[in-house]
Design a protein around this ligand. Structure first.
Ligand SMILES: C[S@@+](CC[C@H](N)C(=O)[O-])C[C@H]1O[C@@H](n2cnc3c(N)ncnc32)[C@H](O)[C@@H]1O
Length: 292
């Protein structure tokens, strides 16, 4: 059974809730499947490929953006798990791409719990098929829209008797390569505040975001192709990201807001690790912020 909550059709593998495949429109491109195409995956359809190929034509480095972003996610989750974070809320999960958040987190902390969320039902179908809880840890998947954050934290899998995440303990909220789909009209700071406000001190925000600072023509042309398909796309620079995070009282951890290709958990490394990509190839900024 599909239930409606604030306009969102819920889909979950949580025990006790039901599953009804929703209407999936395969005639229009979707960001998750286009991203899968950039990463060399197989889970995309003709409209996704056609639009993705147009994006590659104007921004040949888009595959490197995707890989640089995944590398940042990997390092950031590993860093947080290493310092003791064992609960992750991953919003905008994407088609499962190994290593996924749970593989990285549970390698360091086998008891780690991960709640994956995406608004694309195709993502959930793949996640259900590919990702399973372990004896020690737990993972779950829900369909939810970041633009309505209350419906994610208020989902039955979070409000029931055995919530996937314990909101009384620190949680890392991953907004990895998703906030550029949130327009200014959606009020991105309100969204981040709604996610972080209910969480206790010691919680973290992991954020990565497309920027047009290093390859302005390519990124602008790619964003326009997304918008032509009705897909929101909004690049932001480091100042704009700071404006989203700092007014909320979140403390930016070293190295601050930097291109993901140069982000490193070890800021004291001398020399710093050689970046895998140039700033223009990655065209993506990353940060970790902590709630105190
Ligand atoms: C570029 S992919 C990023 C996937 C993964 N986080 C990563 O960085 O590798 C963006 C994901 O965000 C999802 N997404 C976009 N807008 C969303 C929204 N408003 N609510 C929830 N998910 C959304 C898309 O379906 C897609 O899976």
């Amino acid at each position: 059974m599909t239930t409606e909550n604030s306009g969102t059709a819920w889909l979950s593998t949580t025990a006790g809730t039901s599953w009804t495949p929703p209407e999936i429109d395969f005639t229009k491109p979707q960001t998750a499947r286009m991203y899968d195409y950039y990463l060399g995956g197989k889970d995309h359809y003709a409209p996704d490929r056609e639009t993705a190929e147009r994006v590659v034509a104007v921004w040949p480095g888009v595959g490197k953006f995707a890989r640089a972003n995944r590398h940042f996610m990997h390092l950031a989750v590993e860093r947080l798990a290493t310092v003791g974070v064992d609960q992750f809320l991953d919003i905008g999960t994407g088609i499962p791409t190994s290593p996924n958040v749970h593989e990285i987190a549970q390698a360091a902390r086998p008891e780690a719990r991960i709640l994956y969320t995406d608004h694309d039902p195709v993502v959930l179908a793949h996640a259900r098929a590919l990702m399973n809880s372990t004896a020690e840890g737990r993972i779950d998947y829900i369909q939810g829209d970041l633009r309505r954050p209350g419906t994610i934290l208020g989902h039955p899998c979070m409000t029931g008797p055995e919530p996937v995440l314990d909101l009384g303990r620190p949680v890392a909220v991953n907004l990895v390569a998703i906030m550029h789909f949130i327009t200014p009209e959606d009020d991105p700071r309100r969204i981040i505040a709604a996610l972080m406000d209910p969480l206790p001190a010691g919680s973290h925000l992991v954020l990565s975001h497309i920027t047009a600072e290093f390859a302005p023509a390519e990124v602008a042309a790619a964003a326009q192709l997304y918008r032509n398909q009705g897909l929101p796309a909004h690049a932001r620079d480091a100042r704009a990201l700071a404006d989203l995070v700092e007014p909320l009282g979140l403390e930016l951890l070293p190295p601050g807001i930097v291109p993901v290709n140069r982000w490193s958990p070890d800021v004291s490394a001398d020399p710093p690790p050689a970046p895998l990509y140039t700033d223009a190839e990655a065209s993506c900024l990353g940060l970790i912020a902590r709630k105190s």
